[in-house]
Write a protein that binds this ligand. Structure first.
Ligand SMILES: O=C(CO)[C@H](O)[C@H](O)COP(=O)(O)O
Ligand SMILES: [Co+2]
Length: 221
C-alpha cells in the first residue's frame, strides 16, 4: 500500500497543528521529520522536542530522518519522543549494523538512507537487516530542490539488490517529489514518497495531498 509522507521541513512552524491536521485528514499516513545537525548537512532543523509535541496528537506514522553524524547518539532520544520509523545515513554510520539494531531494539522500524552520490552497492551488507531504504533524490540539507533524474536508474539498481535479498525492505524516496514524478516513482517500486514543498508550499496543502494520492491511484486504472 502506497503512503504519502509530507515533510514538516516546509510546514508553517508558527502553528504546526494547523499545518499537520488537514494533510493527515486528506490521506497522508506518514509525517516526515527532517533532523539536520549542521555537520552532516549544512543546515539545522529540530531536536526531539518537535517529535514529542506531535506524538499522540496525530494518527500519522512519525518518520524521523536523521541527517546527523553519530546517529547512534540520537536513536534513543527520538524513540523516546515517539518516533515510529527512524532512518540514518549509510554515509554517517561507522557502525551501521549497530545503529539498525538500536532502532529495532527501541521498537521502531529501521531505515537506511543513501545520498545521490553514494553507490547503491554500499547498501549490500545492510539490506538483509533494514525495514526500509530511504533513497535520496536530492542532496540532503534543504527542501525545495529539483529531483535528480538518475534516481530512476538507482531505483532499478535498488530493486535488483532487494530482489536478490531474502529480506524485502520497502523503498521510500525523498526530495523533489511532486505531481510531475510521483506516479512514475510508484510504478518504479516506491512505497512511500516524501513531499515537502509540493505539499506545504502550495496554497492548499490538503488539496495537494489529495492530488498526489490521486495521481498514484490513477496508475491502477
Ligand atoms: O530530507 C530532506 C532534505 O534533506 C527533505 O525530506 C526533502 O528535501 C523534502 O523536501 P522537498 O519535497 O521540498 O524536496
Ligand atoms: Co527527509
Amino acid at each position: 500500500m502506497f503512503k504519502l509522507a509530507p515533510s514538516l521541513l516546509s510546514a508553517d512552524y508558527w502553528n504546526l497543528e494547523r499545518a499537520v491536521t488537514p494533510v493527515v485528514e486528506a490521506g497522508a499516513e506518514v509525517l516526515h521529520i527532517d533532523i539536520m545537525d549542521g555537520h552532516f548537512v549544512p543546515n539545522l532543523t529540530m531536536g526531539p522536542g518537535i517529535t514529542k509535541a506531535l506524538s499522540g496528537k496525530t494518527n500519522a506514522i512519525l518518520d524521523v530522518h536523521l541527517m546527523v553524524t553519530n546517529p547512534e547518539n540520537f536513536v534513543a532520544p527520538f524513540a523516546a519522543a515517539g518516533a515510529h520509523w527512524i532512518s540514518y545515513h549509510i554515509e554517517a554510520a561507522i557502525h551501521a549494523h549497530r545503529v539498525c539494531q538500536q532502532i529495532k531494539d527501541a521498537g521502531c522500524k529501521a531505515g537506511i538512507a543513501i545520498n545521490p552520490g553514494t553507490p547503491i552497492a554500499a547498501l549490500e551488507a545492510m539490506i538483509e537487516h533494514v525495514d526500509f531504504v530511504l533513497l535520496m533524490s536530492v542532496n540532503p540539507g534543504f527542501g525545495g530542490q529539483s529531483f535528480i533524474p538518475s534516481t530512476f536508474d538507482r531505483l532499478a539498481q535498488l530493486g535488483d539488490l532487494i530482489e536478490r535479498s531474502k529480506n524485502k525492505p520497502f523503498i521510500e524516496v525523498d526530495g523533489g517529489v511532486g505531481p510531475a514524478n510521483i506516479a512514475e516513482l510508484y510504478r518504479a517500486g516506491v512505497s512511500v514518497a516524501v513531499a515537502g514543498s509540493a505539499v506545504f508550499s502550495r496554497p492548499d496543502p490538503a488539496a495537494a495531498v489529495a492530488q498526489l494520492l490521486n495521481l498514484v491511484e490513477a496508475t491502477h486504472e
